[in-house]
Design a protein around this ligand. Structure first.
Ligand SMILES: [Mg+2]
Length: 366
């Protein structure tokens, strides 16, 4: 990999995201009206990312676009966080239901949420994109619009990637982020007695998905009920604040659902947990949930893709935690226990075992 002489803030060259070994097959076929060449697709992607690229590059990321690979230089005294995330048509989104700009926003938001869960600061990302010829026109434009908004919002610049042709849309995003050396919050730090907290309300994204599935057409970003599913907001500022104040002993983001994710945190920390069901913050509109055949309590325990933060705080520090952070409610929902079992305390029936009921790509279809 050679060093790129481009100065910081230079725009992306049109060939920045190019793997010569993976030429689009459509180059060898007669082109339908909307089929673009790979070079044209790359130019589109590069053009759409240019402003956000310059802004972030001017800060602390030293990247090289337009070469075989990008260069990244972490800030002094910081560690690099690396994470990647699949976002697949038919598995994570539906072409007929999910607006393309929501697909663009969400593919980056999901990956950035893992950075929030470490208390890190996103710096740049790589995009691997496979799509059909017929999606290289308006669909791609709208997708890139959503991706660009997310890139700006999360201050995470496009640094490179790869593209190819495929019958279904496959997206993989790799995020590079930073955190001050030694200060990342891991899943493994929870101790018996720590208070378990969550940000936001749980189950809203799952409710949004259920509403979207039942609707006759694609949803818009203006619909508040589907918004959390389509345009999740990773809790970057909260994660960074918790790191700065040294309040969290363990942390992760809630991507698969509380009942599936909490056991992972507990296993990493070699502890158990006791949740108080009545304290788990539920969807804002329980009546709407019920009208769609969804139990708000079930949604809060098992609903996936909220991308809220689950974190533990020692009891002596719990009073330092505000009730909300930048408009997002923070709620104590239980405590960490020495016994390695997961229990939920219900109002009438007492404690019962918490069974994982969230998203599992290898489990039965949901
Ligand atoms: Mg995660």
């Amino acid at each position: 990999m050679s060093t790129c002489p481009l100065p910081k803030g230079t725009g992306i060259a049109s060939g920045a995201i190019l793997s010569p070994a993976n030429r689009l097959e459509c180059l060898q076929k007669p082109m339908p009206r909307k089929c673009l060449s790979e070079d044209a697709i790359l130019k589109k992607i590069a053009d759409s990312s240019r402003p956000s690229w310059g802004r972030v590059a001017g800060q602390s990321v030293d990247l090289c676009i337009g070469d075989d690979a990008a260069l990244f230089r972490p800030k002094l005294g910081h560690e690099t966080i690396l994470t990647c995330d699949w976002f697949l048509e038919g598995t994570h989104f539906l072409r007929q239901r999910h607006p393309p700009d929501a697909v663009g926003w969400k593919c980056l938001a999901r990956a950035v949420s893992d950075v929030a869960a470490m208390g890190g600061i996103p710096r740049c990302f790589l995009l691997s994109l496979a799509l059909p010829e017929t999606r290289t026109g308006r669909w791609l434009d709208l997708f890139l619009g959503g991706l660009r908004r997310a890139s700006r919002k999360f201050q995470c610049a496009l640094a490179g990637g790869d593209t190819t042709q495929r019958n279904e849309i496959l997206i993989n995003v790799t995020v590079v982020a930073e955190v001050r050396a030694g200060s990342a919050v891991l899943r493994s730090g929870a101790r018996a007695g720590d208070i378990i907290h969550v940000s936001g309300r749980l189950g809203e994204a799952e409710l949004g998905l259920q509403i979207l599935r039942r609707s006759q057409r694609a949803s818009s970003k203006k619909n508040p009920l589907t918004r959390k599913h389509l345009y999740p907001e990773p809790r970057l500022a909260l994660g960074q604040w918790l790191v700065k104040r040294g309040l969290a002993t363990a942390m992760m983001d809630l991507s698969d659902g509380l009942s599936s994710d909490l056991p992972r945190l507990c296993a990493a920390s070699a502890v158990g947990a006791l949740l108080v069901e009545a304290r788990i913050p539920q969807v804002r509109s329980p009546d709407v949930a019920l009208s769609h055949g969804q139990d708000p309590r079930h949604l809060a325990l098992h609903g996936g893709e909220d991308y809220e933060l689950l974190f533990t705080v020692p009891p002596r520090k719990a009073k330092l935690l505000p009730k909300s952070f930048r408009g997002v409610v923070l709620t104590a929902i239980g405590r960490i226990t020495r016994e390695r079992e997961l229990l939920v305390l219900e109002k009438n029936t007492g404690a019962r075992r918490l069974n994982a009921g969230g998203w599992d790509p290898f489990g039965k279809k949901q």
